[in-house]
Design a protein around this ligand. Structure first.
Ligand code: GDP
Length: 400
C-alpha cells in the first residue's frame, strides 16, 4: 500500500514535483489505484486534473468519495463524481467505515492471487540497502547492477520494477528495494535536511534482509545507530557493510581492530555479520549476496522443540535461574519456537518477574551459541504460570 503525498498539478513549488514523481512510480507498480475525493466539498478542478492524468495511465483506477457518512445525502454526494469519467464513484466514510468494505471488495478483484505453498524459495528475497547520505549506497548499487537499470533482466513473476530492481544472484531472484530512492539522491540535491529517514524506514519494513551501509572513515554515527535500531526493532535480517575500505591505510591488525570498534557502537546488531567492501573498486561486493542469503535462511529457520529444550537444559545446568532473597527460585520448564522471520521462542517459566535482564540475556546468548541464527535477530517471550492460568480460565469461561 503506497500513500502518495497530495497531488497538485498547477504548482511546482516545494516538493510538489517530487510528490508527482513518487506518485507515478508508485502507480506504475500498483495493481490498482484508488483516487480519494472529498464528497462534502464536492467535485473541484483539482479532482478533474488528477482524474485526467489517471485516465492516461495504464493502471486501473477506483474512485472513492469520502466523508459520505450521511445516509440521506451520501449517495447523492458521490453521484456528482460520475463526471470524472472513472466509473462508479464509491461513497465511503473513512471515519465511520461506511462503504469501505465494498471498496475493499472492488480493490481485491484487481489483486494478484496469493503465492502458492512452497513458493517461498522462488519468491524474490527483498533486500534493502540502508544508510545515511554519502556512505555510498548508490555507488554500491551501481557496483552491484551497473549504471543502467535497463541491463537488469526482468525475472519471472515480477512486473515493471520502477521503484525496485530485480536481479539474480546465488541462484535466487533478489528484489533490491527502493532503488529509485537511492539513485535519485545522486542527481537531485535536496539540501542537507533531506535525509529521507522515513523512506529508509519504509524500505526496512518491506525487506527480508537489510544491508546497513557504513562509511569506514566515519565509523558509526548517531544516524547509523538509529537505522540499526530500527532494523532490530522491525526484526529484519541484516548484514553490516563497511564501505570505502579502499580509503583506509591498513595492516594486518586494522580490520579486526576496526570491527571491534564498530561493533562496540552497534551492540544491538551483534548478531549481524560484517563485511568490509569498496563500492568504488568492487572489492568483496559480490560476497554480499552469499552472506545475505545465509542471513535470510537463518531468519526463516525452524528448530524442533526437542533441540530447543536440549539447549535450554544446557543453559540451566551451567547457570541456575536467579532466586529472590525470600528463597523463591525461578524455574524454566520448557521452550518452543513459535514463529519465524524473525525466529521467536516462548519460554514457559513459573514467574517471569524472577528472570531479570542479566539472566534473560544469558539465555539468549546461550540459544545463539547452541543454535546459531547468524544474521537474524531473535525474539524471546517469557510466559509465567499465572498468565497461562488466566488465559485458560478465560478460554473456559468463553466456552461456558
Ligand atoms: P549515497 O548517498 O549513500 O548514495 O552515497 P554515494 O554513492 O552517492 O557516494 C557518496 C560519495 O562517496 C561519492 O563521492 C562516492 O564516489 C564516494 N564513494 C562511495 N563508495 C566509495 C568507496 O567504496 N570508496 C571511495 N573511495 N569512495 C566512495
Amino acid at each position: 500500500m503506497v500513500d502518495t503525498g497530495g497531488l497538485v498539478f498547477d504548482d511546482d513549488t516545494a516538493f510538489l514535483p517530487q510528490i508527482r514523481e513518487q506518485a507515478s512510480l508508485a502507480l506504475a507498480e500498483a495493481a490498482v489505484a484508488v483516487l480519494v475525493t472529498d464528497g462534502q466539498s464536492g467535485l473541484c478542478a483539482a479532482d478533474a486534473s488528477i482524474a485526467e492524468w489517471l485516465r492516461q495511465q495504464p493502471t486501473p483506477v477506483l474512485l472513492a468519495v469520502n466523508k459520505c457518512e450521511s445516509p440521506q445525502q451520501g449517495l447523492a454526494m458521490a453521484a456528482e463524481f460520475w463526471g470524472l469519467g472513472l466509473g462508479e464513484p464509491q461513497a465511503i466514510s473513512a471515519i465511520h467505515g461506511a462503504g469501505t468494505g465494498d471498496l475493499l471488495d472492488r480493490v481485491l478483484a484487481f489483486l494478484p492471487p496469493p503465492p502458492a505453498e512452497g513458493a517461498e524459495d522462488e519468491e524474490a528475497i527483498q533486500l534493502a540497502i540502508i544508510g545515511r547520505p554519502n556512505v555510498g549506497k548508490s555507488s554500491l548499487l551501481n557496483s552491484i547492477c551497473g549504471e543502467s537499470r535497463a541491463i537488469v533482466s526482468p525475472v519471472r513473476g515480477t512486473t515493471r520494477d520502477t521503484i525496485d530492481t530485480t536481479i539474480e544472484r546465488e541462484g535466487r531472484p533478489w528484489k533490491l528495494l527502493d532503488t529509485a530512492g537511492i539513485r535519485r539522491r545522486r542527481s537531485v540535491s535536496y539540501g542537507p535536511e533531506y535525509f529521507g529517514i522515513n523512506r529508509s524506514f519504509k524500505a526496512i519494513e518491506r525487506s527480508d534482509v537489510c544491508l546497513l551501509v557504513l562509511d569506514a572513515e566515519d565509523g558509526v554515527t548517531e544516524q547509523d545507530q538509529r537505522l540499526a535500531g530500527r532494523i532490530e526493532e522491525d526484526g529484519r535480517a541484516c548484514v553490516v557493510v563497511v564501505n570505502k575500505w579502499d580509503l583506509i591505510d591498513k595492516d594486518s591488525h586494522t580490520l579486526p581492530a576496526m570491527e571491534r570498534e564498530l561493533r562496540a557502537r552497534l551492540y544491538f546488531l551483534d548478531w549481524a555479520p560484517m563485511l568490509f567492501v569498496s563500492a568504488l573498486t568492487g572489492q568483496r561486493v559480490e560476497k554480499l549476496f552469499a552472506l545475505a542469503l545465509k542471513a535470510v535462511e537463518q531468519h526463516r529457520r525452524r528448530v524442533p522443540t526437542a533441540v530447543v529444550n536440549e539447549v535450554l537444559q544446557e543453559a540451566l545446568r551451567w547457570r541456575s535461574p536467579p532466586a529472590t532473597r525470600a528463597g523463591r527460585q525461578g524455574r524454566l520448564y520448557y521452550g518452543t519456537q513459535v514463529a519465524v522471520r524473525p525466529p521467536s521462542f516462548t519460554l514457559f517459566v513459573n514467574d517471569p518477574k524472577l528472570f531479570g535482564d542479566t539472566y534473560r540475556r544469558y539465555v539468549e546468548r546461550h540459544i545463539r551459541e547452541g543454535l546459531g541464527f547468524e544474521g537474524s535477530p531473535l525474539r524471546l517471550f517469557w510466559r509465567g504460570k499465572q498468565q497461562r492460568d488466566a488465559e485458560r480460565d478465560q478460554a473456559r469461561a468463553a466456552q461456558r
